[in-house]
Design a protein around this ligand. Structure first.
Ligand code: CO
Length: 477
């Protein structure tokens, strides 16, 4: 007999994956199914929300939860785990006072509108991504500066302005690395905005930067890069800032997605430093896959949705979440004709999906395989739980399903040394298993997703995370 979880059980399990983990651990993982490949040497750095309550009060949105680093160091077929909160100013102050002191994307301070009136003091949650570059480890959050950390101990060193490279700009949580160049962007202003893009060399020093004016209000979460272009997708949002300034509504509730307007594609020449703006139908999506150039066209993959997943109130009622409407997007390919200025869209994956990634060598180059989280069923009536390897050359795919009560996070591709092939490597993902309320790291062979190579079980759970990266050093003391 096949037992199928009821939708409410699924929502409960999914919500349990956002239970706080207040403890900080450091240990060698003992409970290992299968074997850790001997050539897997390095660190899986991950970041994500850790605390959903402060002093008994629940925060308003998972985007506002304090960043907790989850780190897996692989050496000689062993793996060492450590998790640690980023000691941001806001984290330290709120932990000391045991109350919500800051507003966030979907969080209001308690005490009604008066407590929030003209309060524009956001908490840098340092919760979105983590990357090691130029001998610095950064916990990243898109609304401010990155926090620098000690890669051996995960101790917080402090906010980093990158040798005064950053001034009023933010430093996004979605850098791209192409041909050993680290590229990131930041914005300043609310409406209109200025978009600034920096290129850093392997030592973390500036190669160049350029700035562009952008009309109206935009949410730039991610971007794309090719050898000749930076590509930004500007989804049609409107922001009515007054109720937010008056303390009546959170920022999230002041946003509206204008599906009668156009989505704009900003194509910026890396060499000429000029920007061209093209238009296509309205859509929204947080994340992009990859982009590449061929003759007079740019091809890109992106997660598209017809709407923005906006809630009616500032409450985290995750167990009441209905998956009847897809809350994640679908994968589309956009073809941008640089001569006719036309943008065509074509769906690639229709089931809900998110967190697309590619082999790092293929960033900005034509790629065949995309790795991403997908809904386990094609009906879309589920959250994203499985890992898919999608073949863009023929539309075929392989999928690893962790089970009905488990939720796999972003798959991170770890290349094997040689040969460089798009699927010659491992996929690492942190999986939350609600049936035992524990998490594990799964190691998949990217050539064959059918059978996981290894599962490394933690002794506890980790809240479902956002993003992370791999680095070949393991910083073991
Ligand atoms: Co993201």
């Amino acid at each position: 007999m096949v037992v199928t979880s009821s939708p409410s059980q699924l929502a409960k399990d999914w919500a349990k994956g956002y239970t706080s983990q207040p403890n900080e651990y450091e240990y060698e993982i003992q409970n290992i199914e299968g074997q850790i490949p001997s050539d897997l040497q390095g660190t899986l750095f991950r970041n994500g929300p850790g605390l959903f309550e402060i002093g008994g009060e629940t925060i308003g949105h998972i985007f506002d939860a304090d960043g907790m680093l989850r780190v897996f160091r692989f050496q000689d077929e062993k793996v060492y785990f450590q998790n640690r909160y980023v000691r941001t100013k806001g984290y330290l102050k709120e932990q000391q006072e045991q109350t919500i002191l800051y507003r966030g994307f979907g969080t209001q301070k308690s005490g009604g509108w008066l407590a929030n009136l003209f309060n524009t003091n956001f908490k840098n949650a340092a919760n979105t991504n983590i990357i090691y570059w130029g001998k610095k480890l950064w916990a990243m959050w898109e609304g401010g500066y990155p926090h620098q950390l000690n890669p051996e101990t995960l101790e917080t060193i402090g906010l980093d302005n990158l040798d005064e490279l950053l001034n009023k700009e933010t430093f996004s949580a979605h850098p791209r690395i192409i041909d050993d160049t680290f590229i990131n962007f930041g914005v300043s202003g609310i409406s209109p905005q200025t978009l600034t893009i920096w290129e850093l060399n392997q030592q973390g020093k500036k190669i160049k930067s350029s700035s562009y004016p952008v009309e109206g209000f935009s949410i730039f979460h991610d971007f794309l890069v090719t050898p000749n272009y930076y590509i930004f997708i500007k989804h049609p949002f409107k922001l009515n800032v007054l109720p937010w300034l008056l303390g009546i509504k959170s920022l999230e509730q002041c946003l509206s997605f204008d599906n009668k307007s156009k989505t704009k594609i900003l194509i910026i020449s890396r060499q000429r430093e000029t920007m061209e703006v093209l238009e296509t139908e309205a859509f929204f999506g947080f994340h992009h896959g990859n982009a590449w150039e061929s003759e007079d066209k740019i091809y890109l993959t992106t997660i598209c949705s017809n709407s923005f997943p906006q809630r009616k109130k500032d409450k985290m009622e995750l167990d009441k979440m209905s998956f009847d409407q897809p809350i994640f997007g679908q994968l589309w390919q956009l073809t941008i004709d640089l001569v006719t200025k036309k943008v065509n869209r074509q769906p690639l994956i229709e089931r809900s999906c998110d967190f697309p990634s590619v082999h790092p060598t293929f960033v900005g180059k034509e790629n065949r395989y995309l790795y991403l989280n997908v809904a386990s069923k094609s009906t879309n009536k589920t959250p994203i739980q499985s890992i898919m390897k999608y073949d863009q050359s023929n539309g075929q795919y392989q999928m690893w399903n962790p089970g009905e009560r488990s939720f796999a996070g972003e798959p991170v591709f770890v290349p094997r040394q040689s040969p460089i092939e798009e699927d010659n490597g491992y996929l690492l993902s942190v999986v939350y298993d609600a049936s035992i309320h524990r998490s594990y790291v799964v190691i998949l062979d990217a050539k064959n997703l059918n059978y996981p190579l290894t599962k490394c079980y933690l002794t506890h759970h980790l809240p479902q995370g956002f993003h992370g990266t791999w680095t070949p050093q393991n910083f073991l003391k």
